[in-house]
Ligand binder design. Structure first.
Ligand SMILES: [Zn+2]
Length: 261
């Protein structure tokens, strides 16, 4: 069994499935596959960097300094001023640092790599904060608005961002891998911080049933994801994402009503 560490964690994309890779294939197979093969670069968007800025701040002083050095170019304007998004990121860090509930909860090992088998596949995950002794783990999520309602086309209901962005699945996968490894129960928590000014904070728990449903969703989808990833089946285009827009070719007419369905 291959051992993952900080140096090779992000390289081993073919050997392991990750929650974010899984989510990528669920939202658009063609885009996820193109990212894997290197046809398109993995998105290093500002939102992604803001998230990492906040994460590294709570990992360790060294990790945070290294992040700031490595991404100086992306964080500064041409005039050498900190970009607005990172001024916001620093505010998020300060808010969390001052919050007693958060500090009390965020105790344990940081950025812990976990691997294991789930539904016949080898998975990998990186847990923001793991407290083995007390049986819980915490993930920090930065998001535009914690209370935003997001429409789910498949379920025809409004959903919270934690559901819309596939965090139930992610938490359920981590919980499963941890429980198998340590042979004890683990509870996932999400600390959400918004990008608003001033930023909003929330400590979120997820009802057990929702995690069970999420793990079942993974089970239902895993065969398809795995065959597409392994090249046994052609990836389907979702037709809606930036990748699909960029690779679109007309093949016929659609009715005007179809445009919004
Ligand atoms: Zn697409």
């Amino acid at each position: 069994m291959m051992i993952l560490n900080d140096a090779n964690y992000y390289e081993k994309q073919w050997e392991f499935l990750s929650a974010s890779q899984y989510k990528g294939f669920i939202s658009c197979e063609a885009k996820a596959f193109a990212e894997l093969t290197g046809e398109i670069p993995k998105e290093n968007t500002e939102a992604f960097l803001v998230g990492n800025y906040v994460h590294s701040a709570f990992e360790s002083e060294e990790a945070h300094e290294k992040f700031k050095q490595d991404h100086e170019k992306e964080m500064l304007t041409k005039k050498g001023k900190l970009r607005a998004a990172f001024v916001g990121a620093e505010e998020m860090v300060q808010r969390l640092r001052q919050d007693a509930f958060f500090n009390n909860l965020y105790q344990g090992e940081k950025e812990v790599i976990i691997t294991g088998n789930l539904h016949g596949e080898e998975w990998k995950g990186k847990i923001d904060c793991l407290n083995v002794e007390q049986g819980y783990f915490v993930d920090i999520k930065t998001t535009a608005d914690i209370h935003k309602k997001i429409w789910s086309e498949s379920r025809r209901v409004w959903t919270p961002f934690v559901e819309a962005y596939g965090y139930y699945e992610q938490m359920a996968i981590y919980k499963y891998l941890l429980e198998k490894k340590y042979e004890k129960e683990f509870t996932p928590y999400i600390i959400a911080v918004s990008k608003q000014t001033p930023c909003d904070l929330e400590a979120i728990e997820i009802r057990a049933e929702l995690l069970i449903v999420a793990l079942n969703n993974v089970k239902e989808n895993i065969e398809r994801v795995s065959t597409v990833k392994n090249g046994e089946e052609k990836p389907r285009m979702c037709g809606k994402c930036d990748y699909c827009r960029g690779h679109k070719q007309l093949t016929g007419f659609v009715s005007s009503e179809e445009l919004i369905s």
